[in-house]
Write a protein that binds this ligand. Structure first.
Ligand code: YH5
Length: 273
């Protein structure tokens, strides 16, 4: 796939490293506040095997304060400029705001990662004009209330229908199918049983014939099964990364690049044998 001129082979699984530039992010708690610190974190992730770095300036944690366009731009644009200039990787912008999509791509981002699947006013048009690939993620509800009482009759089927509807909306807006990736959105408006069933049937999304992105790193489904806090979820995250690749995932979004890169390389070697 062509990410604004950088080619990445998605026939083999790749690692997307998470770079939060939110002061209220609970996994990194203000570690990546300056662009310099962000650069150091990103360089390490590249050395450890990340092909993509996902830069996010808006917290989607339930209850997190909304971030203005200007605040989000101030957080992410300097980081995207440095990373895209200095590192041999694809920079992804994790945003739902059309203004941030435009500025991020102008600053060198090669992928738009939108947890709202381009549902905000003007987002479809911004992404179409940006001419970079887009990751469409499923979420039930909105971050503030999404975990209140998530409900599904058939979680994998309903997530699949939603993604298909968003694929059609993108194509109608002038975003070619060849520029789309899909993500079932673990933890976004899903109870534990929904997340586990969605994972069990992850291979059903291969039917949509688009690269599949999976983000489970340190998430609460791991905390719930293992009964462990967020700083003790590495082995659980790595186990799920291997299982995701086994079921056809192309990109694994993770905080822990080295461990994840090794695990998916092994899973892939067995799968190819
Ligand atoms: C995703 O799955 N997730 S932000 C809670 C955690 C740990 C991590 C309680 N952006 C995804 O990473 N983009 C986020 O521990 C995403 N797929 C895509 N494409 C939430 C997050 C997290 C939440």
């Amino acid at each position: 796939m062509d990410f604004a001129g950088k080619l990445l082979d998605l026939n083999q699984p790749q690692v997307m490293g998470i770079l939060n530039v939110t002061p209220d992010s609970f996994s990194d708690g203000g570690v990546f506040l300056s662009a310099q610190a962000a650069f150091a974190g990103a360089r390490r992730m590249v050395e450890e095997g990340a092909a993509i770095i996902d830069v996010g300036g808006e917290s989607t944690r339930p209850g997190a304060a909304p971030v203005s366009v200007q605040e989000e731009l101030d957080r992410v644009i300097p980081v995207i400029e440095i990373l895209s200039r200095e590192l041999p990787i694809i920079v992804s912008i994790d945003t739902s705001k059309p203004e941030v999509m435009r500025a991020a791509v102008a600053a060198g981002a090669g992928l738009i990662n939108d947890v709202r699947a381009l549902s905000e006013e003007g987002a479809l048009q911004a992404a179409a004009q940006a001419r970079v690939p887009v990751c469409l993620m499923h979420m039930q509800g909105e971050p503030r209330i999404m975990q209140h009482s998530p409900h599904y009759n058939d979680v994998a089927a309903e997530v699949g229908s939603f993604l298909l509807e968003r694929i059609h909306a993108c194509v109608a807006a002038g975003i070619p199918r060849a520029r789309l990736l899909i993500d079932p959105g673990f933890g976004f408006g899903k109870a534990l049983g929904h997340n586990l069933r969605l994972f069990k049937y992850l291979d059903s999304f291969c039917g949509l014939a688009l690269p599949l992105v999976v983000g489970v790193s340190r998430k609460s489904m791991i905390g719930a099964v293992l009964e462990k806090p967020v700083d003790q979820r590495l082995y659980g995250s790595v186990a799920l990364a291997a299982l995701a690749v086994w079921q056809g995932a192309s990109i694994i979004r993770t905080h822990d690049v080295q461990a994840t890169a090794d695990a998916i390389k092994m899973a892939w070697a067995v799968k190819q044998a």
